[in-house]
Design a protein around this ligand. Structure first.
Ligand SMILES: [Fe+2]
Ligand SMILES: [Fe+2]
Length: 181
Protein backbone atom coordinates (compact mmCIF):
# COMPACT_ATOMS: atom_id res chain seq x y z
CA UNK A 1 0.00 0.00 0.00
CA UNK A 2 1.31 3.41 -0.93
CA UNK A 3 1.94 5.77 1.92
CA UNK A 4 0.17 9.10 1.57
CA UNK A 5 2.61 11.94 1.22
CA UNK A 6 2.05 14.74 3.67
CA UNK A 7 3.50 18.11 2.99
CA UNK A 8 5.14 19.73 5.96
CA UNK A 9 4.12 23.39 5.91
CA UNK A 10 6.63 26.08 6.63
CA UNK A 11 6.63 27.23 10.23
CA UNK A 12 5.91 30.72 11.51
CA UNK A 13 5.99 32.40 14.89
CA UNK A 14 3.89 35.32 13.65
CA UNK A 15 0.20 34.66 14.37
CA UNK A 16 -0.90 37.06 11.61
CA UNK A 17 1.10 35.00 9.18
CA UNK A 18 -0.37 31.66 10.23
CA UNK A 19 -2.66 29.44 8.21
CA UNK A 20 -5.01 29.33 11.20
CA UNK A 21 -5.30 33.11 11.10
CA UNK A 22 -6.29 32.92 7.46
CA UNK A 23 -8.87 30.23 8.25
CA UNK A 24 -10.28 32.36 11.08
CA UNK A 25 -10.66 35.42 8.86
CA UNK A 26 -12.28 33.35 6.10
CA UNK A 27 -14.80 31.96 8.57
CA UNK A 28 -15.48 35.45 9.92
CA UNK A 29 -16.25 36.64 6.37
CA UNK A 30 -18.56 33.66 5.91
CA UNK A 31 -20.64 34.31 9.04
CA UNK A 32 -20.72 38.05 8.24
CA UNK A 33 -22.43 37.24 4.93
CA UNK A 34 -24.69 34.74 6.71
CA UNK A 35 -25.88 37.27 9.30
CA UNK A 36 -26.44 40.01 6.72
CA UNK A 37 -28.61 37.75 4.60
CA UNK A 38 -30.43 36.34 7.58
CA UNK A 39 -31.33 39.91 8.57
CA UNK A 40 -32.97 40.30 5.16
CA UNK A 41 -34.94 37.04 5.51
CA UNK A 42 -36.15 37.33 9.09
CA UNK A 43 -38.82 39.99 8.34
CA UNK A 44 -40.32 37.65 5.73
CA UNK A 45 -40.35 34.80 8.23
CA UNK A 46 -41.96 37.01 10.88
CA UNK A 47 -44.62 38.14 8.43
CA UNK A 48 -45.38 34.56 7.44
CA UNK A 49 -45.74 33.34 11.05
CA UNK A 50 -49.22 32.50 12.28
CA UNK A 51 -48.87 32.91 16.04
CA UNK A 52 -48.06 36.23 17.68
CA UNK A 53 -45.58 34.49 19.97
CA UNK A 54 -43.47 33.15 17.12
CA UNK A 55 -43.68 36.45 15.24
CA UNK A 56 -42.48 38.35 18.32
CA UNK A 57 -39.59 35.90 18.84
CA UNK A 58 -38.46 36.32 15.23
CA UNK A 59 -38.77 40.11 15.38
CA UNK A 60 -36.74 40.15 18.56
CA UNK A 61 -34.08 37.99 16.93
CA UNK A 62 -33.98 40.40 14.00
CA UNK A 63 -32.85 43.22 16.26
CA UNK A 64 -30.34 40.86 17.89
CA UNK A 65 -29.09 39.87 14.44
CA UNK A 66 -28.60 43.52 13.45
CA UNK A 67 -26.56 43.99 16.60
CA UNK A 68 -24.58 40.82 15.80
CA UNK A 69 -23.64 42.30 12.42
CA UNK A 70 -22.22 45.35 14.19
CA UNK A 71 -20.41 43.04 16.63
CA UNK A 72 -18.79 41.22 13.71
CA UNK A 73 -17.66 44.57 12.28
CA UNK A 74 -16.14 45.33 15.69
CA UNK A 75 -14.44 41.91 15.68
CA UNK A 76 -12.93 42.61 12.24
CA UNK A 77 -11.75 46.03 13.44
CA UNK A 78 -10.26 44.57 16.63
CA UNK A 79 -7.85 42.45 14.56
CA UNK A 80 -7.14 45.20 12.03
CA UNK A 81 -9.13 43.60 9.21
CA UNK A 82 -11.70 45.14 6.90
CA UNK A 83 -15.23 43.71 7.29
CA UNK A 84 -15.84 41.74 4.12
CA UNK A 85 -18.75 39.40 3.41
CA UNK A 86 -18.11 36.24 1.41
CA UNK A 87 -21.04 34.12 0.32
CA UNK A 88 -21.93 31.40 2.79
CA UNK A 89 -23.40 28.54 0.77
CA UNK A 90 -24.71 26.83 3.90
CA UNK A 91 -26.77 29.84 5.02
CA UNK A 92 -27.96 30.44 1.46
CA UNK A 93 -29.27 26.85 1.44
CA UNK A 94 -30.87 27.11 4.87
CA UNK A 95 -32.64 30.35 3.91
CA UNK A 96 -33.89 28.78 0.69
CA UNK A 97 -35.25 25.85 2.66
CA UNK A 98 -37.07 28.28 4.97
CA UNK A 99 -38.67 30.00 1.97
CA UNK A 100 -39.76 26.64 0.59
CA UNK A 101 -41.41 25.67 3.88
CA UNK A 102 -43.39 28.91 3.83
CA UNK A 103 -44.42 28.34 0.22
CA UNK A 104 -45.51 24.78 0.95
CA UNK A 105 -47.56 25.42 4.09
CA UNK A 106 -50.91 27.12 4.33
CA UNK A 107 -51.12 30.77 5.36
CA UNK A 108 -52.66 31.10 8.82
CA UNK A 109 -51.93 27.49 9.79
CA UNK A 110 -50.11 26.38 12.92
CA UNK A 111 -48.34 23.79 10.80
CA UNK A 112 -46.64 26.69 9.05
CA UNK A 113 -45.32 27.82 12.43
CA UNK A 114 -44.00 24.32 13.12
CA UNK A 115 -42.23 24.51 9.75
CA UNK A 116 -40.82 27.98 10.39
CA UNK A 117 -39.50 26.83 13.77
CA UNK A 118 -37.85 23.85 12.10
CA UNK A 119 -36.15 26.09 9.53
CA UNK A 120 -35.18 28.69 12.14
CA UNK A 121 -33.64 26.10 14.45
CA UNK A 122 -31.52 24.69 11.64
CA UNK A 123 -30.25 28.24 11.10
CA UNK A 124 -29.58 28.75 14.82
CA UNK A 125 -27.70 25.45 15.04
CA UNK A 126 -25.52 26.46 12.11
CA UNK A 127 -24.79 29.75 13.84
CA UNK A 128 -24.08 28.04 17.18
CA UNK A 129 -21.55 25.74 15.49
CA UNK A 130 -19.97 28.67 13.62
CA UNK A 131 -19.66 30.99 16.61
CA UNK A 132 -18.42 28.16 18.83
CA UNK A 133 -15.57 27.51 16.41
CA UNK A 134 -14.88 31.20 15.80
CA UNK A 135 -14.71 31.97 19.50
CA UNK A 136 -12.29 29.10 20.09
CA UNK A 137 -10.09 30.09 17.14
CA UNK A 138 -10.04 33.72 18.33
CA UNK A 139 -8.84 32.58 21.76
CA UNK A 140 -6.17 30.31 20.29
CA UNK A 141 -4.93 33.18 18.12
CA UNK A 142 -4.85 35.53 21.12
CA UNK A 143 -7.64 37.77 19.84
CA UNK A 144 -9.27 38.26 23.21
CA UNK A 145 -11.55 41.15 22.27
CA UNK A 146 -12.85 39.26 19.23
CA UNK A 147 -13.32 36.13 21.37
CA UNK A 148 -15.50 38.07 23.80
CA UNK A 149 -17.59 39.60 21.02
CA UNK A 150 -18.09 36.21 19.40
CA UNK A 151 -19.04 34.65 22.72
CA UNK A 152 -21.74 37.29 23.31
CA UNK A 153 -23.32 36.38 20.00
CA UNK A 154 -22.94 32.65 20.70
CA UNK A 155 -24.97 33.08 23.91
CA UNK A 156 -27.72 34.94 22.02
CA UNK A 157 -27.93 32.21 19.39
CA UNK A 158 -28.24 29.55 22.09
CA UNK A 159 -30.97 31.52 23.86
CA UNK A 160 -32.86 31.97 20.59
CA UNK A 161 -32.68 28.23 19.92
CA UNK A 162 -34.01 27.43 23.41
CA UNK A 163 -36.85 29.93 23.02
CA UNK A 164 -37.88 28.32 19.73
CA UNK A 165 -37.96 24.91 21.41
CA UNK A 166 -40.10 26.37 24.20
CA UNK A 167 -42.55 27.93 21.74
CA UNK A 168 -42.84 24.67 19.79
CA UNK A 169 -43.37 22.58 22.89
CA UNK A 170 -45.82 25.04 24.47
CA UNK A 171 -48.50 24.25 21.92
CA UNK A 172 -47.53 24.60 18.28
CA UNK A 173 -46.51 20.96 17.86
CA UNK A 174 -49.69 19.64 19.48
CA UNK A 175 -52.01 22.07 17.70
CA UNK A 176 -50.52 21.40 14.30
CA UNK A 177 -51.04 17.69 14.85
CA UNK A 178 -54.80 18.16 14.48
CA UNK A 179 -54.63 20.28 11.31
CA UNK A 180 -55.66 18.43 8.18
CA UNK A 181 -53.12 18.34 5.34
FE1 LIG B 1 -26.93 35.45 14.33
FE1 LIG C 1 -29.42 33.55 15.12
Amino acid sequence: MATAKTKTPEQTTDVQDSALNELFIDELKDIYWAEKHLAKSLPKMAKAATSDELRAAIENHLSETENQITRLEDAFASIGEKAVAVKCEAMAGLLKEGEEIIAETEKGSITRDAGIISAAQKIEHYEIASYGTLKTLASVLGYNEAAELLDSTLQEEKACDSLLTKIAEAGINQKSKSEKK
